[in-house]
Ligand binder design. Structure first.
Ligand code: SF4
Length: 293
C-alpha cells in the first residue's frame, strides 16, 4: 500500500526533499484572512494507527534512506503530545538515518503546549517548527485574524527554542498594506529580536481569490504594496533586526527581494542588495497579483 494523502499538500520549500506523512487534515484555525490553503478542508486529526500504516508504507517504498520528514497539514503541533511522541519515535525507529523531523505550528497552538511537553517532543525527535507569525504588529495581527498577539508570538517562539528545537519564523511582507507598512516592518523586527529564531523566511503577500483579504483588496479597502514599496518595507525590517545568530531566507516566488544571509554578519550586504533592486523599474518585477491561484 502507498502513503495516503487528502487534498492539496503544502510544505515549506526547505522541505522539498522530505518525506511527507499527513498527520492532520486542514488547519484548526483556518481563519487568517489572507490564507487560502485549507479552505476546502474540515480540520481533523488522523488516527495514529493510520499514520503508522503510512510510515510503514514509506519504509517499504523508500527503504531506510529517508533523510528528513515533514508532517503536514497545518498546525500538526495541536495533536496530543503522547500521540506525537508515538509517531516521532516510530518514525525514528523506521528511518534511523533521519536528520530532521519538522512540522507547522503557529503561536496559538504552540502556546497550548507546556515547556515540558515541547521538550518531550524534542526528545522524541522533533527538530524544527515552521511557524507563520506573519507580522509582529498587533493591529495587523488582529485585522488578519491571526489568532495571536505579538506577545503570544514571542512567548511561543522562546518556548520552542528553550525546548531545544530549531525555529523557522515566516514573515509576510505587505500584510499590513500601505497603511501599516512601517509598523509592520518595525514591530516584526522587534518581535523577532526578542525571539532570536534560527531562521527567518520571507514571503510577500499575493491576495488569493476566495479569501476575505482579496475581497477587501477588490473593494479598494486594502491597499497592496507595489514592488518598490515592498522592497522598502523589507529594507526597514532587515535594518531593524538585531538578532544574534539567524539565517534569513527569501525562498519563495512571491518575493521581490532576493536576499539570503546570516544575521548580523551579512546585514550591510543584504541592505545593499535591496538598494540595488530599488534602482530597477517596477515593471521588471512580477505583477502584484501574479501567482494568485
Ligand atoms: S494558521 Fe496558517 S494554515 Fe491556518 S489559516 Fe492561518 S495561515 Fe492558514
Amino acid at each position: 500500500m502507498r502513503m495516503r494523502y487528502e487534498g492539496t499538500i503544502y510544505r515549506p520549500p526547505s522541505e522539498s526533499h522530505s518525506l511527507l506523512i499527513q498527520c492532520t487534515i486542514g488547519c484548526p484555525h483556518n481563519r487568517c484572512t489572507f490564507c487560502a490553503m485549507y479552505k476546502d478542508k474540515t480540520f481533523r486529526i488522523r488516527p495514529v494507527a493510520d499514520i503508522r500504516q503510512d510510515l510503514n508504507s514509506a519504509r517499504e517504498y523508500y527503504g531506510e534512506n529517508v533523510q528528513s520528514l515533514f508532517l503536514p497539514d497545518g498546525n500538526t503541533i495541536l495533536m496530543k503530545t503522547g500521540e506525537l511522541v508515538e509517531i516521532l519515535s516510530y518514525a525514528r525507529q523506521l528511518f534511523p538515518r533521519l536528520s530532521r523531523i519538522t512540522m507547522y505550528g503557529s503561536a496559538q497552538f504552540l502556546n497550548l503546549k507546556s515547556l515540558e511537553e515541547l521538550t518531550a517532543l524534542r526528545e522524541a525527535g522533533l527538530d524544527r517548527i515552521h511557524s507563520g507569525m506573519e507580522s509582529g504588529d498587533d493591529v495587523t495581527l488582529k485585522r488578519i485574524c491571526k489568532g495571536s498577539t505579538a506577545e503570544q508570538i514571542v512567548a511561543a517562539g522562546r518556548k520552542v527554542i528553550q525546548a531545544g528545537m530549531e525555529l523557522s519564523e515566516y514573515v509576510l511582507i505587505g500584510i499590513g498594506g500601505q497603511e501599516r507598512t512601517r509598523e509592520h516592518a518595525l514591530e516584526s523586527a522587534r518581535v523577532l529580536n526578542a525571539i532570536n529564531p534560527d531562521f527567518i523566511r520571507l514571503r510577500t503577500l499575493i491576495p488569493m481569490p476566495g479569501t476575505p483579504l482579496f475581497e477587501s483588496y477588490q473593494k479598494g479597502e486594502f491597499h497592496l504594496l507595489g514592488p518598490h514599496q515592498a522592497l522598502w518595507e523589507t529594507r526597514l525590517f532587515i535594518d531593524n533586526l538585531t538578532v544574534e545568530a539567524t539565517q534569513l531566507f527569501s525562498d519563495h516566488h512571491s518575493n521581490y527581494a532576493w536576499v539570503h544571509g546570516r544575521l548580523p554578519l551579512d546585514k550591510a550586504r543584504l541592505l545593499e542588495k535591496i538598494d540595488e533592486l530599488l534602482l530597477m523599474p517596477e515593471t521588471e518585477f512580477r505583477p502584484p497579483l501574479e501567482g494568485a491561484l
